[in-house]
Ligand binder design. Sequence first.
Ligand SMILES: [Zn+2]
Length: 506
Amino acid sequence: MSKVMVIGIDSLEPALLRRFEPDLPNFTRLRQESPQIELQCIFPPDSIPAWVSIHTGLNPAQHGLIHVFDVFETQWQDILAIDPAAFQDRTFWDYASQAGKRVLVLFPFVAFPPWEVNGLMVGRAMDDRRLAGGAAWQTERELRTCPPEAQEEYQLPPFLKEVSGKHPGYDNLAARTREAIEVIREKASLGLELSASNEWDLFFIFFGSLDVVQHSLWRYMDEKDPTYPGPNSLQDLIRDTYKVLDDMVGQLIDQHPDATVIVMSDHGHGMRPTRTVNINELLRQMGLLRSKGHRWNPAPRVMEGLKRTVLDFVHERELDYWLLALGKAPLVSSASKGLYMSTASIDMERTTAYLSSFAGAKSYSHGGIEIRRDRLDGEEYEDLRERLIEELSQIRNPEKDAPLMSWICKREDLYSGPHISQFPDVVFELENGYGVYWGIHTPLVGTAYEHNLASGGHKKDAVLLLSGADRKPLRNGMTLMDVAPTILDLLGTKNGFGFDGSSIFA
Ligand SMILES: [Zn+2]
């Protein structure tokens, strides 16, 4: 039974580890040592449901935390209200603790405040506090330890620097990235210090800042992105961030040569869809969604047309940031949100099915459809679900006569668990490059307006690199739910915790 060190890096992308290989000696060494393991994210591929699945070995319908972040922060209050009691004492480090292993757990995502473990847990709050005297993107988050006296013993600061995920404005992208790199360095140095001064069998450390960097800078790096501006001063910043992470991983591994190492991410990162599919318009054509407009009231139609003109104007001139900043003011917030999500022109009183916003107000390939069971119009619920799946699975892209739907199914065919009703009735994923959009009275396929603001988006393929294990994995495919049982297996802790996943060694 060896010591196990788990380094979690939010949004670390397998394809970029290959692309930047010459600049990443430590990741490259790890990739050469590691058996080839393909790690798939959960649905929806977003950080909160993903890390909670990693921590607990449970699928999102079992743990029930499927909140997502988005540019409008529509779910922000819910996110701040997340009670870690939902999974406290049921994470891989809890099970290891309970089995008598010494654990050191640093900054785990959504696990705040920290709780009692056999060892030390350092938690970091979710909410950003603006740094006094700092720029808008410079924030700090509260740090707490359990046991509490460890904070003083190790002279840990009460707050740790962070960068805000909000778009800082184009002129500040470089400065915010440098700040994000500082955050990574600061956490890494705490990690090096605490892992040297503590006894542990399991050491877990989490880094989150890379996701923010990739979301806003993707299009400056990726020549294949249609909004790539050509050679530019921001193009190497994602690579620079990977180099800092590489250095940090190298230092941690060198400091603990006796540990089995797992370096992993919750999901990958890639170009966010540039084209959208107006699912609500399809539902309208199927007679399941009603517009507020009719022959005697053309206003919603006119509004949709006007909206598209405004968004086209904004998109061409890269004014999105200002639109978003404006949208933060309470008075225009709902109008601006409505501009993107197009909910204002739907007559909810006469609507049976509509595009869900469970995955936030962002145009991702994954989505879902909500069915109003109180408005079934005589049709059986299951019949309607089957009809929706049947018809939507056949939609084709008029721009190149190709299928648009990658897969579509009932939520119960995706996951089972007590929280399955948090998912939309029907869930689906569009083909690569296409995201969902809420427009009605519009062509089926259109422009993804928020691409400029957040050109990078999450991808299903995550990273899992393994080094120093005394056994060979029995398979090379893995989901996030397999991570906790695999870590416990490496620690020699008996399995029997009701995980949805299983160890790759068993
Ligand atoms: Zn993430």
